[in-house]
Design a protein around this ligand. Structure first.
Ligand code: COS
Length: 378
């Protein structure tokens, strides 16, 4: 058992850290305040290979593996969670196309996701009535001569207004999970329009929108993987995506904890830095231990993914623990900052708003527990 990153992983981590601290962190508060989609930062990340960390170099990716990806995600999320979620979903989209796509599909989309030609990729699974239960989706793809016509609506789609490709799930057969197929819909496809832009509590620099598919026509070669094999593709992609969100939560919580420690050493009350008080020390100690446990779970799940062994349960354990711990850590950070923590003068309030969704998207904590319990009770 080796807890140290190898040379490639360390290089990716250090590259992500240097770029995030120099070029993303200084803009993070403004990205949040102005709800600014971080185009320049995403382009910079693409130039460094961070938009396709675990995609092979032949397809334009960095080919650095799942652990390197998790380490990079932690660094970017520590600087700006809005930038990180766009990076997370784009990496997930690149990976799913690389894994299930035909040579023509991978060559068409992966290099553009990797090099920033597309600012982002979108994962269009959820619908207004199908969130935790994607098997209930209503979007349909109807077979027509030479292709398919997609009709329906998707909701809460990260980068919905910005993506160059939309991995889209639609029903091609009967009810339930077995009648679902997956399609690659290019950005700007006729009939695809962006609906409501969500006014979110956090991650305000990321774009979250609903999508309307009104007779979107795609060719036969838009089908990703097997006909009616779409649900399993979604589940496998989400297994990897959950490691990414776990890493994102860890990154946000790392920032919150480091800032709490710096503040506690600086802020004086009752004639002492508040770091002298056990009440503060215990909060810092709990956050430190929980953060370390979260990192270990996350990197273990990523290691298993990289080794090619089943990792669904480990990804769910990592996500549920990391995201709930990160929420506690960010909440404590606001508490340690006291009245200042409740204002925009410090980043603690942004971290708390940004981290909140991590127990919800890419599978709620409740869904993660369901996956873990099913595995434990099998
Ligand atoms: N990898 C591969 N295959 C998987 C899988 C996984 N991780 N999870 C499930 N499957 C397969 C099952 O083996 C089953 O295959 P068969 O029909 O051949 O037996 C099929 O998929 C259906 O699985 P299951 O019966 O478990 O589906 P459920 O409808 O019970 O759903 C949960 C299971 C709840 C785990 C799933 O719907 C889920 O993850 N929901 C959350 C969705 C989500 O994360 N949404 C956020 C979207 S992105 S913001």
């Amino acid at each position: 058992m080796d807890f140290e990153p190898n040379d490639t992983q360390r290089l990716v981590q250090q590259t992500a850290r240097a770029y995030a601290q120099q070029h993303i962190l200084p803009e993070a508060a403004a990205i949040d305040r102005e709800e600014r989609f971080p185009r320049a930062q995403l382009l910079g990340l693409a130039e460094l290979g961070m938009m396709a960390v675990n995609v092979s170099p032949e397809l334009g990716g960095a080919g650095a593996g799942a652990v390197a990806y998790a380490l990079a995600m932690m660094e970017v999320a520590k600087a700006c969670a809005s930038t990180a979620v766009t990076m997370a979903v784009t990496n997930m989209v690149g990976e799913v196309i690389a894994k299930f796509g035909t040579p023509a599909q991978t060559e068409r989309y992966c290099p553009k996701l990797a090099d920033g030609t597309f600012f982002a990729g979108a994962f269009a699974l959820s619908e207004p009535e199908a969130g935790s239960d994607p098997g209930a989706m209503r979007t349909t793809a109807r077979k027509v001569d030479g292709g398919w016509t997609i009709d329906g609506q998707k909701q809460w789609i990260t980068s919905g207004a910005q993506a160059g490709v939309y991995v889209t799930w639609a029903r091609t057969g009967g009810p339930g999970t077995s009648g679902i197929s997956c399609f690659l819909v290019p950005g700007g496809a006729p009939g695809l329009s962006v609906g409501k832009h969500e006014d979110k509590m956090g991650l305000r620099g990321s774009n979250t929108a609903s999508l309307v598919y009104d007779g979107v026509r795609v060719d036969d070669d838009a089908l990703l993987g097997e006909l009616e094999g779409g649900f399993k593709i979604a589940m496998m992609a989400l297994d990897g995506g959950r490691i990414g969100i776990s890493a994102q939560a860890i990154g946000i919580a790392t920032a919150a904890l480091e800032e709490s420690i710096a503040y506690a050493k600086d802020r004086r009350q009752f004639g002492h830095p508040i770091a002298d008080f056990q009440a503060i020390q215990w909060m810092i100690a709990d956050s430190k231990a929980e953060l370390e446990a979260a990192r270990l779970l996350c990197l273990r799940a990523a290691t298993m993914k990289e080794r090619g062994v089943p990792f669904s349960k480990e990804a769910s354990m990592s996500k549920v623990y990391s995201t709930e711990a990160a929420n506690r850590i960010c909440n404590r950070a606001v508490q340690i900052h006291g009245g200042y923590g409740y204002t925009r003068e410090f980043a603690a309030e942004r971290h708390l708003r940004d981290v909140r969704v991590t127990t919800i998207y890419e599978g709620t904590s409740q869904v993660q527990r369901l996956v873990i319990a099913r595995s434990a009770l099998r």
